[in-house]
Write a protein that binds this ligand. Structure first.
Ligand code: AMP
Ligand code: ZN
Length: 119
């Protein structure tokens, strides 16, 4: 059922604790943890605890949780002192855009120069 944990989903396993992660923030609805293959000095993923394949599907079903994810992305940026220097929040959507884990997640990237447009 939509939103339910998926047995084969890596990020559902991080939510349940079955797969370890370096968690930096957690709320009733979200978990934020360091990316295992960081692309910037700060690279944190913020995920909803509920399973949806991408950000748009999450937003359609759970607008409040989507807001929680974005608020927590801002919280990560503040914790990491990125809110003054600037940071980027990215939702890769679809394999053509580089999405590899099909559980919605926000990348929070900062601590270095960030080119625009991204590659
Ligand atoms: P995406 O390519 O947008 O789907 O992002 C998935 C991200 O998850 C990538 O940046 C990976 O480096 C990251 N990742 C994969 N496995 C883990 C893990 N076990 N713990 C933390 N991050 C992970
Ligand atoms: Zn999942």
């Amino acid at each position: 059922m939509a939103g339910e944990p998926q047995a084969d989903c890596l990020f559902c396993k991080i939510v349940s604790g079955e797969v370890p992660a370096t968690v930096v923030r957690e709320t009733d609805t979200t978990v934020a943890f360091r990316d295992i293959n960081p692309q910037a000095p700060t690279h944190v993923l913020v995920i909803p605890k509920v399973h949806y394949s991408d950000a748009a599907s999450l937003a359609a079903a759970e607008p409040q949780v989507t807001a929680d994810v974005l608020r927590e992305a801002g919280g990560v940026a503040a914790d990491e002192k990125l809110d003054e220097t600037g940071y980027r929040v990215v939702f890769n959507t679809g394999s053509g855009a580089g999405q590899t884990v099909f559980h919605a997640h926000a990348h929070v990237l900062g601590g270095r120069g960030l080119n625009w447009p991204p590659g």
